[in-house]
Design a protein around this ligand. Sequence first.
Ligand code: IPD
Ligand code: CA
Length: 264
Amino acid sequence: MATGSANLNVMIKAARKAARGLVRDFGEVENLQVSMKGAGDFVSRADIKAEATIKETLMEARPAYSWLAEEGGAEKGADGMHRWIVDPLDGTTNFLHGLPHWAVSIALERKGEIIAAVVYDPAKDEMFTAEKGSGAWMNDRRLRVSGRREFIEMIFATGVPFANSLNLPQTLKELAHLMPRCAGVRRWGAAALDLAYVAAGRYDGFWERGIQPWDVAAGALLVKEAGGLVGPLDDAVDPIGQGCVIAANAEVFERFGEVLASAK
Ligand code: IPD
Ligand code: CA
């Protein structure tokens, strides 16, 4: 990895520390699956603990920064310019079901723009990092979005809404429209990793509606710093704040948006 700023280093430290606890808890989850009570409460405690670990580490280094996280919500700090945006456990449903595909996601925003990002997948020991202007990295390897040009060879990722989400019918239409035109669509259940995989050239594009800032803030910078494009969907203007995001390599970005838009 390129030498990171002090902020990036503290983000990496926080992600690794939280991940150690999560990995221990993940080991317990399998045993809990068979219990009558199930693993739900246990996982939500693991999530809250991970967020507390991250907050302690980040706030010790930068006590004045503002804060936005999945579990604890928003807190305004004395420094109104900087804000940490944190998802301590992205891919909670995977974690709960014993599927080793989940991540810690931490972004740093300055004056409304994401300037540093960490997405850490402990199961595969893949640390995705980026800083504005310094490229995107996975461990020691510089990332580049895919160079594919033929739509029929491309793989896309999305999050199919569940539990009666209003976005489900539209997503199903898009899947029906997109799937015959490409090499496949994946729904792996962790948006931060979906975006990291676009940055790594593993996926050619990603889209999702009804998603939260902590799901996409870090991943969006990874994609941009790997040479890809990130934008809003539908009538939204801000892909991070309004939760309707599309990301892809620059070759296919426009076409991908058109294919989705024509799914009526
Ligand atoms: C979820 C995951 C999932 C996406 C959902 C998110 P969580 O986050 O990123 O892939 O489809 O929209 O809410 O609940 O696992 O932190
Ligand atoms: Ca999430």
